[in-house]
Design a binder for this molecule. Structure first.
Ligand code: ADP
Ligand code: MG
Length: 323
C-alpha cells in the first residue's frame, strides 16, 4: 500500500505548489472563509496551511489519509471540479506518502481537537489536543523518502513563486475567502475576503492596476464573461497579467488570449498585452469544454464560435466603457 501510494503521489504531487493547491482547495471545500499559508524554503522543508472550516472529526481523521477516501460526492459533469477528476480522495494519501504530516483539527461539536502525525504513509500518533475550530496541516520535508523526485525540484525561490502564483489565482477566483501567504516570515499576500473582486485586484496588483479597470459583463450564446479589463493605456509587457477563470477554475487558453489581444489592438498604441481578470461562466452542454486535469489547458469544441464571442464582448466593452 505504501509503495502504491508513493507512485500515486507522483501524479498528484509534483512540487510544493501541488500540496498547497490540494490543501487550500480542501479548506475551501470545508467552508473556510480564511486560509493562511506559510512556507519555508519554497515549501520544500515546511508548509503550513490553516483554515477555519468544518474541521475533521476524530474518527474520520485516519480515514481521510486512505487512498480513494473522499467525503465529497461530485458529479463527473461538474466542470468546476474537473481539475480534481481522477484524483478524488487521493490528495491526502499522496501527500502523506512523500512527506511528514502533522494535522491539528477540531470540529465545533467536539470538546477537544485531534493531533495526528503520519510520515511516509505510516501513522505515528493520534491524540487529544487543544485547538481552535478548523484545520491546520503542517507538511515537512517533501520527498524526504523519494530522493529521485527531490532532484526535480527547482530553487526555493522558484518553488515559492509557483505557490504565490497559485494563491493569487485562488484569491482572484474566490474573493469571498480571505487568503494570507507568508514566505520565510515575510507576508507576500493578504486579501480581505470581502467578496469584491476589485479589492482582490488591489491587494495583489496595487493601486495603479485597481484604479484603471473597466467593468465587463457580457452574455451571449450561453456564455457569460464578467470581470475587469485593464485600460488599454496601462498595458503590460507579457501575457502573465491575463487571468482567465472558467466556471471558477483558473485556465490558460491561447485562443482566449488571442481573441482578447485582437480586440485590444484597436485601442492600444503598440502591440502590448492587457491586464485582465475575466470569469467565464459556460454551460457545459452548450459548448464543449475540455480541461486537462493538471495542465489547466482549455480546449473548446467550437473554437471559432468562442473566439468570436470573446472578441466581440471585449471589443464592445472597450468601445463603450460604462462608467
Ligand atoms: P477529496 O478532497 O477528493 O475528498 P482529499 O484526499 O483531498 O480528497 O481529502 C480527503 C478527505 O479529508 C476529504 O474528503 C475531507 O473529508 C477531509 N478533509 C481534508 N482536508 C480537510 C479540511 N481542511 N477541512 C475539513 N476536512 C478536510
Ligand atoms: Mg481534496
Amino acid at each position: 500500500q505504501i509503495t502504491i501510494d508513493k507512485i500515486a503521489a507522483g501524479e498528484v504531487i509534483e512540487r510544493p505548489a501541488s500540496i498547497v493547491k490540494e490543501l487550500a482547495e480542501n479548506a475551501m471545500d470545508a467552508g473556510a472563509s480564511a486560509v493562511a499559508v506559510e512556507i519555508q524554503e519554497g515549501g520544500i522543508s515546511f508548509i503550513r496551511v490553516t483554515d477555519n472550516g468544518s474541521g475533521i472529526s476524530r474518527e474520520d481523521v485516519p480515514n481521510a489519509f486512505l487512498r480513494h477516501s473522499t467525503s465529497k460526492i461530485r458529479s463527473v459533469e461538474d466542470l468546476s471540479h474537473i481539475s480534481s477528476l481522477g484524483f478524488r480522495g487521493e490528495a491526502l494519501s499522496s501527500i502523506a506518502a512523500v512527506t511528514k504530516v502533522e494535522l491539528v483539527t477540531k470540529t465545533k461539536d467536539e470538546p477537544f481537537g485531534t493531533r495526528y502525525v503520519i510520515e511516509g504513509g505510516k501513522e505515528q500518533s493520534l491524540e487529544d489536543t487543544g485547538a481552535p475550530d478548523g484545520t491546520t496541516f503542517l507538511i515537512r520535508q517533501l520527498f524526504y523518502n523519494v530522493p529521485a523526485r527531490r532532484k526535480f525540484l527547482k530553487t526555493p525561490m522558484t518553488e515559492a513563486g509557483h505557490i504565490q502564483d497559485l494563491l493569487m489565482r485562488l484569491a482572484l477566483s474566490h474573493p469571498e475567502v480571505s487568503f494570507q501567504f507568508v514566505n520565510n516570515g515575510q507576508e507576500k499576500l493578504r486579501t480581505s475576503g470581502n467578496g469584491k473582486l476589485k479589492d482582490v485586484i488591489y491587494s495583489i496588483y496595487g493601486r495603479e492596476a485597481a484604479s484603471n479597470l473597466i467593468d465587463m459583463d457580457y452574455e451571449k450564446e450561453g456564455v457569460r464573461i464578467a470581470g475587469y479589463l485593464g485600460r488599454p493605456s496601462v498595458s503590460r509587457g507579457n501575457r502573465n497579467f491575463e487571468n482567465f477563470f472558467v466556471n471558477g477554475r483558473y485556465v490558460k487558453s491561447a485562443m482566449i488570449s488571442k481573441a482578447v489581444e485582437d480586440a485590444y489592438k484597436d485601442f492600444m498604441m503598440q502591440h502590448k498585452f492587457p491586464f485582465l481578470v475575466l470569469h467565464f461562466y459556460i454551460n457545459g452542454e452548450d459548448i464543449d469544454v475540455n480541461v486537462h486535469p493538471t495542465k489547466m489547458e482549455l480546449r473548446f469544441q467550437k473554437q471559432q464560435q468562442v473566439y468570436n464571442l470573446v472578441y466581440e464582448g471585449v471589443h464592445r466593452t472597450l468601445l463603450e466603457p460604462e462608467l
